[in-house]
Design a protein around this ligand. Sequence first.
Ligand SMILES: Nc1nc2c(ncn2[C@@H]2O[C@H](COP(=O)(O)OP(=O)(O)OP(=O)(O)O)[C@@H](O)[C@H]2O)c(=O)[nH]1
Ligand SMILES: [Mg+2]
Length: 389
Amino acid sequence: MRVFRNLHYLTVQTYKRGKVKPNCPQINIGFIPSYSQRFLSHDSPTIDTKAAISTSTSTLFQKLVEGERSALARAITLVESQHPQKQASAQNLLSMVLKDLKKRFQNLGHQSLSFRIGLTGPPGAGKSTFIETLGKLLTAQGYKVAVLAVDPSSSTTGGSLLGDKTRMQELSADINAFIRPSPASGCLGGVTRSTNEAIALCECAGYDIIIVETVGVGQSEYHVASMVDMFVMIVSPAGGDELQGLKKGIVELVDLVVVNKADGELIPSARRIQGDYISALKFVRARYKIWRPNVFCVSSRTKDGIPELWEEMQDFKNIMLETGDFVKKRKQQYKMWMWTLIEYNLLNAFKKHPRVKSLVSDTESRVENGIITPGQACDVLLKKFFGTD
Ligand SMILES: Nc1nc2c(ncn2[C@@H]2O[C@H](COP(=O)(O)OP(=O)(O)OP(=O)(O)O)[C@@H](O)[C@H]2O)c(=O)[nH]1
Ligand SMILES: [Mg+2]
């Protein structure tokens, strides 16, 4: 453990020594904030002329590259669309975006890459409040921050905007922030089908930090963890579900645990939960050779511990860059993106298949009533789907 910490320390110090504050680019000509560098990298956008790309898609791409917020919003709406023609335009746009991101990487290396952070936690843990506090800290330092939030309330009330707009009021008004609450429909356990696409679009629009908020339901953590560079779990001492992450095995996916609401009379219970997580993490298999997830107590309300937490997040990013894991993970993210789409499209095709569709509700009720086992039901429906019955 000591060897590991020393190694960790050395790596961190190497970075800390060379670190330049991102909000003073004019003083140090050796440093340009990464988003500006990404803009500077453009000679002309890489448009595949062979493909029949409509002018409106090229214009949208152009505006996206220029960092226009409304273009980013329109681009995300396009990739979320289920309309076949719009889906075709979305694919054209994405192909331009991915080519452009690749070119930026070839020109600038890791400076061109955004930092993608996944944030999960039980409902009410304070995810939105935390993002508001951290987001403001980051925009004040000169970063551009994008937030892709899946509001859990939207699955029951249909209103994804209300909660996040009120909880991220100041950040929503910040010119350097972009907040996109996603509809819960079309979700793979809390993550929308198009979250990967939205992340790429945000990176193309010059956002340095992209935060994906998800609620701890179903398989959402696994999906989000596969889409981001760092996966953070937030828990709070007030919710009663504070050990949910331990029970569900989410700790195996996390790179950092945040105990939020460590303020006022909640401080002693926050410290207790911090201790529980520290002990639990000792038994979790390390995901990286030189990174062990830490547990931080913060208060999104008083901002206590937030700057230190951001330091830790940057240390993680820098260490991952140094070891090469960051870039390796990016490649895996593209692979997982493909599989997410396959999973989504196959399931959709399965559910919409005429022979399956007509049998679903009856089969479900037979399973519910114990007439057939879930396995038998699965066999019946799959045979219908493949026409092998
Ligand atoms: N005392 C205290 N309360 C907090 C803190 N952060 C958030 N809260 C409160 O906790 C409640 C839930 O906060 P949200 O930020 O909406 O939590 P969330 O995890 O985004 O909730 P969902 O999106 O519904 O899952 C709100 O009433 C917040 O004011 C904090 O640091 N300290
Ligand atoms: Mg929220």
